[in-house]
Design a protein around this ligand. Structure first.
Ligand code: SAM
Length: 255
């Protein structure tokens, strides 16, 4: 059995023994194979939009690919799954907007799965905002280092009690551009050092955006103020973290 990377291991740890799972965008198939080989998941479905990627997963499965407990499906997002076919769905290593589009494609089907473990490569804030706006409960936010990157893992539970496909929510939420979506407060309680380092990364990105805006003479003042607010938030996160004071700017509530 291959050892998983820390990122994939953190995702694997979100699957409970006995849960069946599907891995959307499985590529090499390492995660589902590990879960099956360890006896954690009795049935795993490896899915990918790319046939060559799926071929990698089949090669990794070797002779096991012919058993009934491993399935391989080529296709887009959740279209390859039947409603409620597995307990948990993993979507990892894709952009946050793509993950959002996959979840939004067929709301009734999306809500038929008990749990999602999402690992957006970028735009995690926009994804969290979409999830919360559509009634998903964000159970856990986690960070993990992979090479020179810090990766985000989001465990979510879809809204219960509706099979109509209507995922609308009446409660007003902070705007998508609110930086707390990008760096949720709970991370400073659970992983303070990595969260502080990540705040520094986010601060650098926003400062570059601001520099670009300041070089241009056609930037709307409202956009400029959004970026300045985001910079102030990430600055405060890094400052408060370095003084070991729980970032009070983060006391606005859990996302
Ligand atoms: C970077 S790999 C991630 C592999 C693995 N999930 C991981 O996290 O290590 C992204 C994979 O997603 C697949 N993919 C991209 N868009 C997809 C979609 N709409 N539906 C299913 N798979 C998709 C790609 O073919 C590729 O194999």
């Amino acid at each position: 059995m291959n050892k998983l990377t820390d990122r994939l291991q953190m995702i694997a740890d979100e699957i409970e023994t006995g849960e069946t799972m599907a891995d959307i965008g499985t590529d090499h198939g390492f995660l589902p194979l590990y879960l099956w080989e360890c006896g954690i998941s009795p049935h795993v479905i490896m899915c990918d939009i790319s046939e060559p990627s799926l071929a990698k997963a089949k090669a990794a499965a070797g002779a096991y690919q012919f058993g009934h407990e491993l399935s391989f499906r080529a296709g887009d997002g959740l279209t390859v799954l039947a409603s409620g076919e597995v307990d948990a769905v993993v979507i990892a290593g894709m952009g946050g907007y793509l993950i959002r589009d996959i979840l939004a494609e067929d709301p009734a089907k999306t809500m038929s799965f008990a749990k999602f473990i999402l690992q957006p490569r970028n735009h995690a804030g926009a994804l969290r905002h979409w999830l919360a706006s559509n009634g998903f409960r964000i159970a856990r936010n986690q960070l993990v280092r992979e090479g020179k990157f810090i990766c985000e893992i989001i465990t979510v539970f879809p809204p219960k009690g509706s099979d109509t496909g209507d995922m609308s929510l009446s409660e007003p939420l902070p705007a998508e551009t609110d930086p707390a979506w990008d760096l949720p407060p709970d991370l400073f309680k659970t992983q303070p050092e990595l969260a502080a380092e990540y705040a520094g990364v986010k601060l650098g990105i926003e400062e570059k955006i601001l520099e670009g805006m300041q070089r241009s003479d056609s930037v709307a003042p409202s956009l400029l103020s959004v970026v300045k607010e985001r910079i102030a938030y990430f600055q405060k996160c890094t400052r408060d973290a370095s003084t070991d004071i729980p970032p009070d700017v983060l006391a606005t509530g859990d996302f």
